[in-house]
Design a protein around this ligand. Structure first.
Ligand SMILES: *[C@@H]1O[C@H](CO)[C@@H](O)[C@H](O)[C@H]1NC(C)=O
Ligand SMILES: *[C@@H]1O[C@H](CO)[C@@H](O)[C@H](O)[C@H]1NC(C)=O
Ligand SMILES: *[C@@H]1O[C@H](CO)[C@@H](O)[C@H](O)[C@H]1NC(C)=O
Ligand SMILES: *[C@@H]1O[C@H](CO)[C@@H](O)[C@H](O)[C@H]1NC(C)=O
Ligand SMILES: *[C@@H]1O[C@H](CO)[C@@H](O)[C@H](O)[C@H]1NC(C)=O
Length: 464
């Protein structure tokens, strides 16, 4: 069955850091790189006709960062992916479906012969993903982050010689040198070249109502959560289900809180899962996915592994609750349901069955605030909130256990009990928390320039 996703689920990210105010505060390095994430459904930035474009397969996923590669700089968009490790550019657009091909043509290509600093390393590799693959040759070149004062020198990355089912390059922000790669990957370079003081980054994708999120390399944004963060050890590769060093953590249980407030727990839901911003869907073992889908009224998965559900559920006041040691991320029905425009519109559960991979994709990540701490092999996580934007650099990860969010929200979205195991519940009800924020650990705010952002995005989208 031919099946198109709405382009409205595509989310774009641009790298922006306000150079001027930072230069005034700190003439060396700001210590953080801040990338606003603008959802494509945000009509403030996107015109309706751009939003209604329909793409297939992988096209509806995630968000993109702009990199300026080489000298002179060549702008290229890449998908940010916590589920992989390497950066590569130049997807092959010719053999893609027509809509994917159009998107692919807008992400930009890097011409090695047009950069005075491009160096071929003479080595190559094949990269395989959940969907798609790429044959790449390694190069080094300078990579500048637009809107930021940061230029990374001689960064190693792949230039694709042929690709299958890929319509943009990918920036893997998983583990790098000595763990998953034999060279310094992008995250490694940020810290090696002192663009960040810690090897850590924060992801807050933003929910459908927020319409915008943020990624901060080397820092946090305390305006995107309340209370403190749960400390979740990353499962070492050797003990993980696929033996690959990914951001695996233990999920303690999965439960459903319907509007009645009568929470029901799913059996066999104490499992390792990895956090994957590069996946649209959340993938759970077939029995578990099936049990959840049944509660959403689905009779079974279609040929593509999607559970169709009633679009009315989008407006129902319930949550799917992912419990971890110290925090429970309550994903509202509205966030776990994927809406596909059409007449009539169709809706799908944002969970697909998979017995080989269990991962929490964007349908989960939109409701979470997560700090990936590669210095200590930890994920710091809690429910996402939104009370502004205050991205700031971290000079040390030692502050994480006491770092307190500035938001002071009642984050209960259902009538379910709020006295859960959540580590944030207690702090969320305490109005004094914001003022006790440990400022000493945070410095050099990296604000963004919204106007520049909108202009650049428009330039990308009008071409589609
Ligand atoms: C995804 O792409 C592949 C290869 O281009 C194609 O065979 C498949 O039918 C597509 N899937 C959907 C759901 O369109
Ligand atoms: C990568 O290269 C191999 C060997 O030349 C080839 O068989 C394969 O089809 C290529 N993959 C893609 C995605 O082009
Ligand atoms: C980064 O900082 C360290 C410690 O201050 C210094 O030794 C190193 O040379 C710096 N590296 C770069 C690329 O600036
Ligand atoms: C839970 O897992 C066990 C062992 O794999 C299996 O026998 C049982 O049927 C599962 N329960 C459910 C409700 O899926
Ligand atoms: C959802 O439930 C919460 C908690 O009981 C309540 O405060 C809120 O008003 C409800 N929202 C709707 C739309 O019914």
């Amino acid at each position: 069955m031919a099946f198109s996703f709405s382009f409205s689920y595509l989310v774009l990210v641009l790298v922006i850091c306000l150079g001027r105010s930072i230069a005034q505060e700190d003439t060396t390095h700001e210590g953080c790189i801040h990338m606003p994430i603008i959802h494509l459904t945000n009509t403030q930035y996107f015109e309706k006709r751009a939003v209604s474009l329909s793409l297939t397969n992988r096209s509806d996923i995630a968000y993109y960062a702009q990199l300026n590669i080489g000298n002179p700089a060549q702008p290229v968009f890449v998908q940010l992916d916590t589920g992989s490790f390497e950066l590569w550019v130049n997807p092959q657009c010719a053999n893609l479906d027509v809509n994917d091909a159009r998107f692919c043509q807008t992400v930009g290509q890097y011409d090695t012969t047009q950069s005075s600093t491009s160096v071929s390393l003479g080595t190559s590799k094949t990269l395989r993903y959940g969907i798609g693959s790429a044959n790449i040759s390694y190069f080094t070149d300078d990579i500048a982050l637009p809107g930021s004062t940061t230029t990374l020198r001689d960064v190693q990355f792949g230039v694709a010689t042929s690709t299958g089912e890929e319509f943009s390059g990918i920036m893997g922000i998983g583990y790098g040198q000595g763990i998953a790669t034999r060279y310094r990957n992008f995250v490694d370079e940020l810290s090696a070249q002192n663009a960040t003081k810690v090897k850590a980054f924060t992801v807050a994708l933003g929910n459908k109502d927020d319409q915008e999120g943020i990624i901060v390399f080397g820092g946090v944004d305390t305006s995107r959560f309340s209370g403190t963060l749960a400390r979740l050890p990353i499962i070492p590769a050797a003990q993980s289900p696929d033996q690959v060093p990914r951001y695996w953590v233990n999920m303690q249980s999965l439960s459903l809180t319907p509007p009645s407030g009568k929470t029901r727990s799913y059996s066999n839901s104490s499992i390792p899962v990895f956090l994957d911003t590069g996946a649209t869907m959340t993938l759970l073992p077939a029995d578990l996915a099936q049990a959840v889908a049944k509660d959403f009224g689905s009779t079974g998965a279609d040929a593509n592994g999607f559970y169709e559900v009633s679009c009315d559920l989008e407006n129902v006041n319930g949550t799917l609750d992912f419990a971890f040691d110290g925090t429970t991320i309550r994903v509202p029905y509205r966030e776990i349901i994927r809406y596909v425009a059409g007449s009539p519109p169709t809706c799908f559960l944002g969970i697909s069955p998979s017995d080989s991979f269990t991962l929490l994709g964007d349908t989960f990540m939109r409701s979470a605030y997560a700090v990936f701490d590669l210095d200590n092999n930890l994920i710091w996580m809690t429910q996402a909130a939104n009370c502004g934007s205050t991205p700031a650099a971290l000079s040390s990860m030692s502050v994480m256990s006491t770092l307190t969010g500035a938001c002071n929200v009642n984050r209960a979205v259902t009538s379910g009990d709020t006295g859960s195991t959540s580590g944030t519940g207690e702090a969320a009800s305490s109005s004094g928390t914001a003022s006790t924020r440990p400022h000493y650990a945070l410095h050099a705010r990296c604000d963004s320039t919204r106007r520049d952002l909108a202009t650049t995005l428009a330039a990308v989208l009008l071409n589609i």
